[in-house]
Design a protein around this ligand. Structure first.
Ligand SMILES: N[C@@H](CCC(=O)N[C@@H](CS)C(=O)NCC(=O)O)C(=O)O
Length: 302
């Protein structure tokens, strides 16, 4: 089963190091399919020699009858199950959530949990102790501010529209979200073309901005399957050339390759969003007509 394979790989890659006991250590509450969690995984793997973590598959799916016809479609069957540890550690009960282990006792410190995927990248980078070009958020104040501005921008403009294309039911609305996404990718592309390349920062330094976009950029292939050829990100448009060069480069990095989910497994998983049978906070927010990044714990309770 997909899930087991992913967990095993993470445990093998993280807990065999002899020095791992002296490194900052975490219980990493995650889910193999989640692109938000993928951001944290990328940061953890980028710093895999400086941080030790145990992957905990803390979120999954279960089918329930829509007995009360809550949505009026009779199709809302897929609900999340969540590990109790996730519900205790994060008030929104979302992955990714990182729980640090006490340095001497190795006990989990749930009261010090860190969540929100963009915040987890910054946090992992800070506790890694890395310096210089190994940092994902540069030490230089201007560059770190620039990374935060752009990570937020790609989150809103290149990641959130993904869910609009998949979850909205009207063709016109789906296309509107796709067009927003292309506008966002072109802005990113232009910015990347101004660095010395091929990453967002100069000289191939990987940053929080690259990690913010990568999980979705890797997943855009699902559009063609569920929405058809009009939803393919063009490889002919010159404005998107730097974006495609960026993508090819980041996907070739070893620390990235070992984090990628199986494409067929993910395609099957995301079918729940494409046929609107997924009930998650993000899917509910998008169904309600707001962006994925505007999800509201009360209004979008699953
Ligand atoms: N804004 C959050 C979003 C995280 C998120 O929505 N994660 C999903 C999995 S992809 C989740 O935990 N869903 C549980 C739910 O919908 O209740 C972040 O950036 O970390």
């Amino acid at each position: 089963m997909t899930t087991t394979r992913h967990i095993t790989r993470r445990l093998l890659s993280t807990s065999t190091s002899e020095t791992s006991s002296s490194l900052p250590s975490f219980r990493y509450l995650s889910a193999w399919f989640c692109p938000y969690a993928h951001r944290a995984t990328l940061a953890l793997e980028h710093h895999s020699t400086r941080i030790s973590y145990e992957w905990v598959e803390a979120l999954g799916w279960e089918q329930r009858q829509d007995a009360n016809n809550v949505t009026g479609t009779g199709k809302e069957w897929w609900y999340h199950w969540k590990a109790d540890e996730l519900k205790r550690a994060n008030p929104s009960a979302l992955v990714p959530t990182l729980i640090p282990l006490n340095a001497s006792t190795k006990e989990p410190m749930g009261e010090k949990a860190v969540y929100e995927s963009l915040v987890t990248i910054d946090y992992i980078d800070a506790v890694s102790g890395a310096s210089g070009v190994d940092r994902l958020v540069p030490e230089d104040p201007y560059l770190s501010a620039k990374c935060r501005i752009w990570a937020d921008k790609v989150n809103k403009e290149c990641c959130s529209p993904y869910y609009g294309v998949l979850v909205r039911k009207e063709e016109g609305e789906r296309m509107e979200h796709f067009e927003k996404l292309i506008t966002g990718l072109k802005a990113f592309s232009k910015e990347v073309s101004q660095s010395s390349g091929p990453t967002f920062l100069d000289d191939g330094q990987l940053s929080s901005v690259d990690l913010a976009l990568l999980p979705w950029a890797f997943r855009f292939y699902v559009f063609e399957h569920y929405r058809g050829p009009d939803y393919v990100i063009s490889t002919e448009d010159p404005e998107l050339e730097p974006y495609h060069e960026w993508l090819e480069h980041v996907l070739s990095l070893d620390s990235v390759k070992r984090t990628l989910p199986d494409k067929d497994d993910y395609l099957e998983h995301i079918g729940k969003y494409a046929d609107s049978s997924a009930r998650s906070k993000v899917a509910n927010a998008v169904r309600r007509g707001v962006a994925a990044h505007d999800l509201d714990d009360e209004k979008d309770e699953y």
